[in-house]
Design a protein around this ligand. Structure first.
Ligand code: CTP
Length: 476
């Protein structure tokens, strides 16, 4: 089998082969590494399956490298892992495991895992494209071992299981999401029998841990066209179990000739659009969640049509809950996503008439460091089929960008802090922390953002004295 390896990868693999030969233990490259090398995709890890003890092989391999990498191993599972440095400073992970098969005893219907042949091990893997092996043994070094036609399926861009799919999925129901994730990552199709089995067994996703599910969701979101994956998740029945809020976006209603677009398919377009512009996972999450508040705010107003007033505020409030439910990090990233959802209408809602300096200043102030991300999200959100509408939006959008540049150059509002802080107010008037301090501080900020006073210390100070006087306060 001809695959292209970097110099370092070649060295790593030849060293593993040398260790296996010293132990006289047959060993094979298997799984994702083989698949990705054939597809010429970048790889950062490799799995080795051997006919023997994977932990013993890992130790033998580690000894051949200088300095020796440490071996992490799990005796119960018979697996071991070493990490080797790459020239770019990152690590290449190699995992070792002994070939296994499942055996059913008469007393128990629960299978136990026992040592097996290479082919038995390949049969237990998730998809044919992940079940190909490459020999590392002296007699047939480099030979592709592909008993389940993984190569044929790679060429046909097809995902299917080596066994009856119901059997493969019952071994690990997460594989149903993996099938969908590979379809999105590689732009492959899922074989009809395999997809039928996913639809039938979708409910079994409930037994999988949230961490593993969310890991797959993130991988789907990071793929070139995440929309493919979320559409399949929806069709399979898995999405309504793991992420009902997103499922609720489905449906395009029409009353008396007045309709609204299907927010689910609109959201898929927006994530596909943003995926063309950025690899940032959190910006992609913001795109996924930007309209999540629409179902809860949908109203029909006679004579007017459907409205979703305040969906950006309701949606933003849903973000922490969704992050907690999906066990996504409850940190700065969550707050960024929340902010982007809340602000996603702002740039496009500015029209020719109200692109005032103060509206632009407010936007720059509210978005802060996330202004570029917000503009990307807004641009991705323009998906109308009405060409005139799109043209108008894009024109407005360009104008907002232009004006933002001007105002930013003039006022430097990115990461801006008003020239007088709450502490300054307390000091000047001898006030303890409290409501009055907040009122004066906010008034100064608003006056600057509204262009009532220039953004200077002196102007802010004079304004502060006036505001304080109206509250019966004098400087001490
Ligand atoms: N595998 C499996 N069933 C799973 C997970 C993994 O059969 N639920 C097998 C597949 O043969 C897979 C290999 O283990 O190729 C390695 O798994 P993993 O590293 O999780 O996936 P990769 O295929 O390498 O892909 P990625 O690294 O993108 O997750």
């Amino acid at each position: 089998m001809q695959i292209i390896l970097s110099h370092t990868e070649e060295n790593i693999i030849e060293t593993i082969a040398r260790a296996a030969q010293q132990l006289q233990m047959p060993a094979y490259l298997i799984g994702g590494f083989v698949r990705d090398k054939i597809l010429e995709r970048p790889t950062k890890d490799a799995d080795i399956v051997c006919l023997g003890d994977g932990i013993e092989l890992a130790h033998a391999v580690a000894k051949l490298f200088h300095p020796h990498p440490s071996v992490a191993f799990f005796k119960n599972f018979g697996t071991a892992q070493i990490k080797l440095p790459l020239p770019d400073g990152t690590l290449f992970e190699v995992e070792f495991v002994g070939a296994r098969k499942e055996s059913y005893t008469e007393q128990s219907r629960k299978p136990t895992v026992v040592a097996g042949t290479l082919q038995e091990d390949q049969l237990r893997r998730d998809f044919t494209i992940n079940a190909m092996g490459i020999s590392l043994n002296a007699n047939d070094y480099g030979t592709l071992l592909d008993p389940f036609n993984g190569m044929r399926d790679l060429k046909a861009k097809m995902i299917q299981t080596p066994l009856d799919p119901l059997q493969t999925f019952s071994d690990d129901p997460l594989r149903m999401m993996r099938a969908i994730r590979f379809a999105a990552q590689l732009n492959f199709s899922i074989a009809a029998v395999t997809f039928d089995a996913i639809q039938k067994d979708a409910h079994r996703i409930k037994i999988v841990s949230q961490e593993r599910i969310t890991d797959e969701l993130n991988k789907i979101l990071l793929s070139p066209k995440p929309g493919i994956g979320f559409d399949l998740l929806s069709q399979s029945g898995i999405l309504s179990i793991i992420f009902p809020q997103m499922m609720a976006l489905h449906g395009a209603e029409n009353i008396d000739g007045k309709g609204h677009k299907d927010n689910f398919y609109h959201t898929l377009k927006v994530i596909d659009n943003i995926a063309k512009e950025t690899d940032d996972l959190w910006l992609r999450w913001a795109a996924l969640l930007h309209d999540i508040g629409k179902p809860a705010t949908k109203r029909f107003e006679t004579g007017h049509g459907f409205t979703f007033h305040g969906h950006e505020v309701v949606g933003a409030r849903m973000v922490p809950k969704i992050f907690a439910q999906l066990k996504l990090p409850m940190n700065e990233k969550m707050r960024q996503v929340k902010k982007l959802v809340e602000l996603h209408l702002r740039p496009i809602s500015l029209t020719k008439e109200n692109i005032t300096d103060s509206a632009i200043r407010r936007l720059l102030f509210d978005a802060g460091d996330d202004i570029d991300a917000l503009m990307l999200l807004c641009n991705a959100d323009i998906t109308s089929k009405n060409k005139q509408k799109v043209h108008r939006y894009l024109q407005n959008f360009e104008m907002v960008k232009e004006r933002m540049k001007e105002v930013e150059e003039k006022d430097h509002l990115r990461n801006w802090q008003p020239p007088l802080s709450g502490e300054d107010v307390m000091r000047v008037f001898g006030l303890p922390p409290g409501r009055k301090v907040g009122i004066i501080k906010d008034a100064i900020r608003e006056a600057i953002l509204d262009g009532i006073i220039p953004n200077t210390y002196e102007d802010a100070y004079t304004f502060m004295l006036q505001k304080a006087a109206s509250l019966n306060l004098q400087p001490i």
